[in-house]
Design a protein around this ligand. Structure first.
Ligand code: HEM
Length: 404
């Protein structure tokens, strides 16, 4: 029980438009909201009404860890949100609460641990080397997104999922159709259904399997009756397309390194600091537009002295938590020596990203390969001419024109 006084005064509702920001600019509306208070109220472009927004590190930790805030309850509401296509299907892992959420996540955990990832490290390095070989063979200039940052994470996630090499091209096409904002929702729905049907067949073939890839783990879980075939296929689709987050995030990472040669130079001359430096870049990168999925308060809860009523919708911002000066001194500075660095770029609580170690592994391989094998790598256009994605939930460059 806390002794603090709970206030019921409601702050004004702030409209938060979806901004198409360039480079790694921090969202100016979020900066305002952080200034306005630890708890504010927001209205996003789609959905209905308003929702609470929590921006401080400790409060984000509290809300994401507190079972009184439900993800499942979001399904029955038209919560104010960034975009219409933002509500995943019922039963999707992002919108489940324990015990169903725990049951689903447990079925695939082993593939995403350090030990599970060791299995694919060497193959991933080899696949990346082949892409960089091609890049060097074809010569400059090139679009780093098209030649490396997009195909590499898809190849790696296919390897982890256990998708046979012959089917990888199809996965690439489906992923692009599902995530592209330039098609209408029917096109992406069709691609999602096709990918779902593909995984349903693959998982059925692996029922009772003892393999270590994700579809084998799911097949085994279905065989034991712990997960339904439908749950397994839908989780497989989310994990497969989740791999795309690395494309955009590493696009932002290389945009920073190519526009800050001092940082790239340090990584070249002090390779031992790379894992720590990558973590600092992950903290700094504004991964997404606005906020992700909300939660619903299932009973009255006090957050930093403010009463959140049962039924209220609430968002947390991991981006703002990563810039909380109480936890990260000089948060606007990229400091490769920052320690400790408990950033929350992969979220917190039960919904924390399962792909965090995978993303770190891919980033380390990318930094090693591109900085060491392409020493003169630089932007082929001025920084303000690098095109950035528009209308996207996850931010990143549309293309990264480079030369060397
Ligand atoms: C740098 C890359 C990545 C970043 C910054 C990132 C970030 C995040 C964040 C912030 C969350 C939300 C936590 C929440 O709901 O509170 C999340 C969830 C998720 N991510 Fe990632 N992610 C990345 C890469 C990946 C990869 C490679 C995969 C695929 C394996 C993946 C799959 C997922 C899934 C399935 C969820 C939903 C988890 C759940 O609700 O239980 N992500 N990610």
């Amino acid at each position: 029980m806390t002794e603090e006084t709970i206030t019921e005064t409601l702050p004004p509702i702030r409209h938060w438009p979806a901004l198409d920001l360039s480079g790694v600019d921090f969202d100016p509306v979020l900066t305002e909201l952080m200034r306005e208070g630890p708890l504010t109220r927001i209205q996003l472009p789609d959905g209905e009404g308003w929702a609470w927004l929590v921006t401080r590190y400790e409060d984000v930790r509290m809300v994401t860890d507190d079972p009184r805030f439900s993800r499942e309850a979001v399904m029955d509401r038209e919560v104010t949100r960034l975009a219409p296509h933002f509500v995943p299907d019922r039963g999707a892992v992002g919108l489940l609460d324990p015990p169903d959420h725990t049951r689903l996540r447990r079925s695939i955990d082993a593939a995403f641990t350090a030990k599970g990832l060791e299995r694919i490290r060497e193959t991933s390095r080899r696949m990346l080397d082949e892409l960089v070989d091609e890049l060097l063979q074809d010569g400059p200039p090139t679009d780093l997104c098209a030649t490396v940052l997009s195909p590499f994470p898809i190849a790696v996630i296919c390897e982890l999922m256990g998708v046979p090499a012959a089917d990888r091209h199809g996965m690439h096409t489906w992923t692009e159709l599902i995530l592209s904002s330039s098609h209408d929702t029917q096109v992406s729905e069709k691609a999602k259904n096709e990918m779902g049907a593909y995984f349903a067949d693959l998982i059925a073939l692996r029922e009772g399997s003892t393999g270590e890839d994700v579809t084998s783990l799911l097949g085994a879980a279905v065989g034991r009756g712990e997960v339904t075939p439908q749950e397994a296929a839908s989780l497989a689709v989310l994990l497969q397309i989740g791999g795309d987050a690395v494309t955009n995030n590493s696009g932002q990472m290389f945009y920073i390194l190519l526009t800050r040669p001092d940082l790239a130079e340090r990584l070249r001359s002090e390779p031992e600091i790379r894992p720590q430096a990558i973590d600092e870049l992950l903290r700094y990168i504004p991964h997404r537009t606005a906020v992700g999925l909300s939660r619903i308060a299932m009973e009255d809860v006090g957050v930093r002295g403010v009463l959140i009523r049962a039924g209220d919708a609430i968002y947390v911002s991991y981006l703002s938590a990563n810039r909380d000066p109480d936890v990260f001194p000089y948060p606007e500075t990229i400091d490769f020596s920052r320690s400790p660095n408990p950033h929350v770029s992969f979220g917190l609580g039960p919904h924390r990203c399962p792909g965090d170690m995978l993303a770190r592994l891919e980033n380390e391989l990318l930094v090693d390969a591109l900085l060491d094998r392409v020493p003169g790598l630089k932007l082929a256009v001025p920084p303000n001419e690098v095109p950035f994605r528009k209308g996207a939930l996850i931010r990143g460059p549309e293309a990264l024109p480079v030369t060397w």
